[in-house]
Design a protein around this ligand. Structure first.
Ligand code: AMP
Ligand code: FE
Ligand code: FE
Ligand code: ZN
Length: 289
């Protein structure tokens, strides 16, 4: 039986709202996606699904399709590996427990980083809170915004290149599960896991053929190989491995509002790939606007 496709393109499967480190509310983000000409957008805030409800309402009004998602923080040694997850059950208790643990670790880590920065710069935790929507997943971008507000950096990118860079000595990692465990949790919650920007420096080094093979065994669906931060050489290597392991390839912008230069639709995902994500995702449903 042929399945009637209910969504339209262009399809952009990675975007952040003020529920994490984007600058627009979930509703504003969905309206911006529609205004940019997208037919389908995924909301993928870091370690949070708090924006799904407002984004769903906005998608119905704007007449575009919303794919509920999340960018799950995972870690291999010192490398931070981001796992995009789509259409999972946001109330799944095992997944929720792990996400809650990561969010708590992010918060205390940010407080500790700010305490250290505060020894050398005029910066307090209240400065960071002033840049953060209540309940949002706190990250270095909020510390960056506070540094900008205090005049210690020109913009987010400059803060990341300087004070927030690990070489400056203030950086601290935070707890996050192994990607293998995260993939299992996402699948067990009915979701579809895709490694975000896997060919960036740091991540590419830990996504070896053997580790990728293990992740495929655990249920990995695909690789986000079309992303502005992926480097050409590891991207080519991972395209070959995607073919070898039968992984799907996605493309997305990783939009953060004015928090990053990334624009909606600068990379997109093929409709056939989204067909598969919808076929395999059964923890929540797309919102067809
Ligand atoms: P964290 O997870 O708290 O260590 O912060 C990492 C987040 O900061 C990533 O999800 C990116 O969205 C954001 N980020 C990294 N580098 C930059 C940059 N140069 N400019 C703006 N945002 C950045
Ligand atoms: Fe981010
Ligand atoms: Fe990411
Ligand atoms: Zn992202």
């Amino acid at each position: 039986m042929a399945v009637v496709r209910q969504f339209q393109g262009p399809i952009d499967l990675h975007a952040h709202s003020s529920v994490s480190d984007g600058t627009e509310t979930p509703a504003e983000l969905v309206r911006a996606a529609a205004g940019a000409g997208l037919g389908t957008v995924a909301l993928t805030d870091h370690d949070s699904t708090a924006g799904w409800a407002a984004a769903s309402t906005a998608a119905r009004t704007a007449g575009i399709t919303l794919i509920p998602g999340m960018e799950f923080s995972t870690r291999v040694q010192y490398a931070s590996v981001h796992l995009l997850a789509y259409l999972f059950d946001p109330a799944d208790s095992a997944l929720l427990a792990e996400v809650t643990r990561v969010r708590a670790a992010r918060l205390s880590r940010a407080e500790q980083m700010v305490a250290r920065i505060g020894m050398d710069y005029d910066l307090s935790w209240d400065d960071v809170l002033a840049q953060t929507t209540p309940g949002a997943t706190v990250g270095r971008p909020h510390i960056a915004d506070a540094l900008v507000a205090r005049g210690h950096a020109l913009n987010r990118s400059a803060a990341f290149a300087d004070i927030l860079h690990w070489k400056a000595g203030y950086f601290q990692p935070h707890y996050a599960p192994d990607p293998l465990r995260a993939i299992e949790l996402v699948r067990a919650a009915g979701g579809v896991p895709v490694i975000a920007h896997p060919a960036t420096r740091g991540i590419a080094d830990v996504v070896s053929e053997s580790r990728l093979k293990t992740m495929v065994g655990a249920g990995l669906f695909g690789l986000e190989l079309e992303h502005r931060e992926n480097n050409p050489e590891p991207t080519a290597r991972l395209y070959e491995l995607a073919t070898k392991f039968g992984l799907y390839v996605t493309g997305s912008s990783d939009y953060h509002g004015t928090g990053k230069p990334n624009r909606f639709g600068e990379n997109t995902t093929a409709p056939e790939v989204l067909d598969r994500i919808i076929a395999e995702g059964h923890g929540s449903a797309p919102v067809y606007g």
